[in-house]
Write a protein that binds this ligand. Structure first.
Ligand code: GCU
Length: 430
């Protein structure tokens, strides 16, 4: 085969793999490294008035707030603070999970603002062998709390909106009994418990259902009526999901079985974008983990490789703020890039993971963003990735910035989890 025929064939295989993964990859997406436009990343260490940042203090007091503001204004939008009222209700508890190894708690977080209410159902597993408050992983789930384990004690809502997935028991945007445990492959709860960690999750649709309704439902509805014109930097759905993660963190601060200083926030794909934005804003999250988060997550937007901002903002118009839309197809004008999002987590440890068959999420762009974020870790005297080039497949690298590219497709697997557990063990060691 000629080189052109070979690369056409490779793109064809990729498109076929992506269609079988549940979405059609647009034919015009670029997967050719030689077609990546030349681009200049904004200098992380240069303030808006031209001062070079050379120490952690200037980063924290001057540059970090600027960078945070750039993401609020141009990417995800500006989130409100806590709602007027929050209360917690323990609805169910069992200390006998996994033959007595774990405790399961189901808590409802009641949020109220301006006479309006939203409930978030939080499912928590804690390791019984840990004496005192346990470290915990917190992440949103796509298919309901009942999907992460087949345990019939987990509440299953037949009235909430879900994405359709007939084979897994989601029909007419509702969950059926058949959907119990349908996502267990992504949630190795017992393995996490055995390693001495807790796990907490909320269904992302509790915070904001994942479709565009002009920001009336979900937690947006607590703060806005849906009738007034929204500013260009009003919060989108990724911001809302991230805000929901912070509300889970508020709850952790009240639960003496959870070590609020050792909370690792994680997420896969759009929920990986969410985990990054949550960890960037809320410094209570001690570790941040991005699994295959791609465009609008860990991947550099200016590379325009795989998914682009233009495509994302068109297909998912509710995810980012309105201001972001002007940068689709005009990435050169974007006054930020995703290395700056990773840097907002510094000096806290962060892990970025890619998958070899997930070119849509631009593994190289994810690696490069992690690499460019090192400059801020260096201000704290902390080593980031500590490698110059992408590591070989299935090899975890890095100190305060962890990275791997796993063989396989867009997913979160036991391999990914083993790396996150190791990373958390290393950084949470007392
Ligand atoms: C689509 C979308 C991605 C997103 C992914 C997911 O592929 O284009 O941006 O990360 O869905 O959340 O599964």
């Amino acid at each position: 085969m000629t080189n052109i025929a070979k690369s056409t064939f490779a793109v064809l295989l990729l498109v076929m793999a992506m269609s079988s993964a549940g979405f059609a990859a647009p034919a015009n997406a670029n997967y050719d490294e030689s077609k990546v436009p030349s681009y200049t990343l904004p200098d992380l260490l240069l303030t808006l008035d031209g001062e070079k940042v050379t120490d952690a203090k200037t980063w924290e007091e001057k540059r970090r707030p600027e960078v945070l503001e750039l993401f609020r204004k141009h990417m995800y939008g500006r989130s409100p603070g806590r709602p007027q009222q929050t209360s917690y209700q323990l609805k169910e508890i069992s200390k006998q999970v996994f033959g007595g190894k774990a405790t399961r708690k189901q808590i409802t977080i009641h949020l109220a603002n301006d006479q309006k209410h939203v409930d978030l159902d939080l499912l928590i597993y804690l390791p019984n062998k840990v004496k005192g408050p346990a470290p915990i992983f917190l992440g949103l789930n796509f298919m309901g709390n009942h999907s992460i384990e087949s345990d019939p004690a987990i509440f299953l809502s037949k009235t909430k909106w879900f994405r359709n997935k007939k084979d897994a028991g989601y029909v007419n945007n509702r969950a059926t009994e058949k959907s119990r445990g349908s996502s267990t492959a992504r949630w190795p709860v017992e393995m996490i418990i055995d390693r001495g960690f807790g796990l907490a999750t909320i269904y992302y649709g509790d915070i904001d259902p994942d479709y565009h309704d002009e920001f009336k439902n979900g937690v947006h509805g607590l703060f806005e009526s849906g009738n007034q014109k929204r500013p260009g930097d009003a919060w989108g759905t990724i911001s809302a999901w991230a805000w929901g993660l912070s509300r889970a963190m508020d709850y952790f601060e009240t639960d003496e079985d959870i070590d609020q200083r050792r909370v690792a926030v994680f997420g896969h794909s759009r929920l990986g974008k969410t985990a990054l934005w949550a960890g960037a804003q809320d410094e209570r999250f001690a570790i941040v983990i991005s699994n295959d988060s791609g465009c609008g997550g860990a991947a550099l937007s200016k590379r325009c490789f795989g998914e682009t901002l233009a495509r994302m903002n068109r297909v998912f118009p509710h995810w980012n703020c309105e201001n972001c839309k002007q940068y689709g197809g005009n990435e050169a004008a974007l006054p930020l890039d995703q290395h700056m999002l990773i840097a907002l987590v510094a000096p806290r440890p962060i892990y970025v993971a890619s998958a070899s068959g997930d070119l849509w999420a631009d593994p190289k762009g994810e690696f490069l963003a992690a690499k460019h974020a090192q400059a801020v870790y260096a201000l704290y005297g902390k080593k980031g990735l500590d490698v110059d080039d992408m590591p070989q497949l299935d090899k975890s690298v890095g100190h305060y910035i962890g990275y791997h590219i796993r063989t396989g497709k867009h997913n979160i697997t036991a391999f990914d989890w083993r790396q996150y557990l190791k990373f958390a063990e290393k950084h949470f060691a007392k």
